[in-house]
Ligand binder design. Structure first.
Ligand SMILES: NC(=O)c1ccc[n+]([C@@H]2O[C@H](COP(=O)([O-])OP(=O)(O)OC[C@H]3O[C@@H](n4cnc5c(N)ncnc54)[C@H](O)[C@@H]3O)[C@@H](O)[C@H]2O)c1
Length: 339
C-alpha cells in the first residue's frame, strides 16, 4: 500500500513513516524542510521515501499537483503549525496553514482518483475546554481560546462538513493529545526542553507545573492513525475518533518532570517558574477514547512509565553513540511485538 504523509519531516510524521516502512508499505511525503536535528534528518528518512516533496500547503495549486503526482492510496494529513505559543506570535500563519492548508489538502485528495482513505489529524485541543476530569467524547462541543486550538477546531469542523457535503473519498478525523518519544525537536514542549537541559547539565524552567496533561508515546498515537486508515479501507471509520492515553497517564507536569529527572539520574533537576506572567495555555485536557477501543480494536500498548522510559532511553542511547535510525527502528520493532 502506498501512503502519503503531509508533515512527514515533523516529529509524528517521521515516526509514522518509519512504522509504515517496518510494516512493509511504500511511503511518500509533502512538507517543509525538517528542523535541524529532527528525527527525519538524523534517521536519514529521505532514503526510504518514494517521493520526498518540499512545498507549502498554503499553495493550493502546488499541493493539488503534488498529491496527483504521488497518486497515493492512503493520505495522512499531519502538516500544521502545531505550537500554542507560536500561534500567539504568528496567528495569521497558524490559521492559514492549519485551516486553508487543510482545505487545500482535502481538495487535492478529492481530485486524486487513486486515494481510497484520508485521515486528517487534529488534536485534543479542539474540544471546548470546560476542565472536565472524565474526558471528552467525540460528539462534544468544539472550541478553542488560543489561535492554535481554534485553528485546529476550524480545520476539524471544516473536515466534518466536507465528509457530509462531499462524500467521495472516505475521510476520518483523528484527535490525540500530547505525545512524547525520541527525536522531537519542537520548541516549548516539556520533555524536549527537559531532556535538552538534562543533557547539558543545566536545570530547565517550567511554566505550568500543576497543569495536568495526557501523556502518550508517539507510537501509540500513530498506531491509532493507522488503525483508523485500516477501518476506512475496510468500509467503516468515517467521522471523528479520539486516541488518548489511559487515565493513569493523566499526569501533572510536575510529576513528569520529577519522574524524568529521576530516570535520567546525574542529579538532573528543574525550576518551578509558575509565578511568571505567561500566555494562556489550556489547563486539564482529557480524552475519552472508548469509541476507538471498542470499534477499532485500538488500545495504548505502552503505559505512562514505559512511554517516559522509552523516550529517555532513546536520547541516552544516542548520547552513548548509537545511530538514531537503529534506535528508532528497534523501538518500533519492540512496539510491534507487544501483543
Ligand atoms: N506533538 C504533539 O504533542 C501533538 C499533539 C496533538 C496534535 N498534534 C498534531 O499532530 C500533527 C503533527 O505534529 P508534530 O508534533 O509532528 O509537529 P512538527 O512541528 O514536528 O511537524 C510539523 C510538520 O508540518 C510541516 N508543515 C508545517 N507547516 C507547513 C506548511 N505550511 N506546508 C507544508 N508543511 C508544513 C512541517 O514541515 C513538519 O513536517 C499536527 O497536525 C499537530 O497539530 C501534535
Amino acid at each position: 500500500m502506498h501512503y502519503l504523509i503531509t508533515g512527514h519531516t515533523g516529529f509524528k510524521g517521521a515516526w509514522l513513516s518509519l512504522l509504515l516502512k517496518q510494516q512493509g508499505h511504500q511511503v511518500s511525503g509533502i512538507s517543509l524542510a525538517p528542523e535541524p536535528g529532527a528525527l527525519f534528518e538524523v534517521a536519514g528518512l529521505d532514503a526510504d521515501l518514494e517521493h520526498d516533496i518540499r512545498l507549502d500547503i498554503r499553495d493550493a495549486a502546488a499541493t493539488a499537483k503534488a498529491v496527483q503526482h504521488v497518486s497515493p492510496e492512503v493520505v495522512f494529513h499531519l502538516a500544521a503549525q502545531p505550537l500554542v505559543r507560536e500561534s500567539y506570535l504568528e496567528p495569521r500563519l497558524t490559521f492559514e496553514t492549519n485551516v486553508m492548508g487543510t482545505l487545500n489538502v482535502i481538495e487535492a485528495v478529492a481530485n486524486t482518483d487513486s486515494v481510497k482513505a484520508h485521515v486528517v489529524i487534529t488534536t485534543d485541543k479542539v474540544y471546548k475546554n470546560v476542565n472536565r476530569v472524565e474526558g471528552y467524547k467525540e460528539d462534544e462541543s468544539l472550541g478553542g481560546d488560543d489561535p492554535y486550538s481554534s485553528s485546529k477546531a476550524m480545520a476539524d469542523i471544516m473536515t466534518q462538513s466536507w465528509i457530509k457535503s462531499f462524500p467521495g473519498i472516505p475521510t476520518a478525523i483523528a484527535r490525540a493529545g500530547n505525545v512524547i518519544g525520541g527525536g522531537d525537536v519542537s520548541k516549548d514542549r516539556l520533555l524536549v526542553d527537559l531532556l535538552q537541559s538534562f543533557s547539558q547539565g543545566v536545570p530547565t524552567s517550567i511554566r505550568y507545573p500543576d497543569a495536568v496533561r495526557p501523556w502518550q508515546h508517539v507510537l501509540d498515537c500513530v498506531n491509532g492513525y493507522v488503525a483508523l486508515a485500516d477501518e476506512l479501507l475496510a468500509g467503516g471509520g468515517l467521522g471523528e475518533w479520539n486516541f488518548g492515553p489511559a487515565p493513569e497517564s493523566f499526569v501533572s507536569v510536575r510529576s513528569i518532570a520529577d519522574a524524568a529527572s529521576k530516570l535520567w539520574g546525574d542529579e538532573a533537576s528543574w525550576i518551578d517558574e509558575s509565578s511568571g506572567n505567561h500566555l494562556h495555555e489550556a489547563g486539564l485536557l482529557a480524552l475519552d477514547s472508548s469509541k476507538s477501543e471498542a470499534q477499532l480494536n485500538w488500545r495504548n500498548k505502552l503505559k505512562f512509565d514505559d512511554s517516559l522510559a522509552w523516550t529517555i532511553a532513546w536520547k541516552k542511547r544516542l548520547l552513548l553513540g548509537e545511530n538514531a535510525r537503529d534506535v528508532t527502528v528497534s523501538q518500533i520493532k519492540n512496539f510491534i511485538s507487544i501483543p
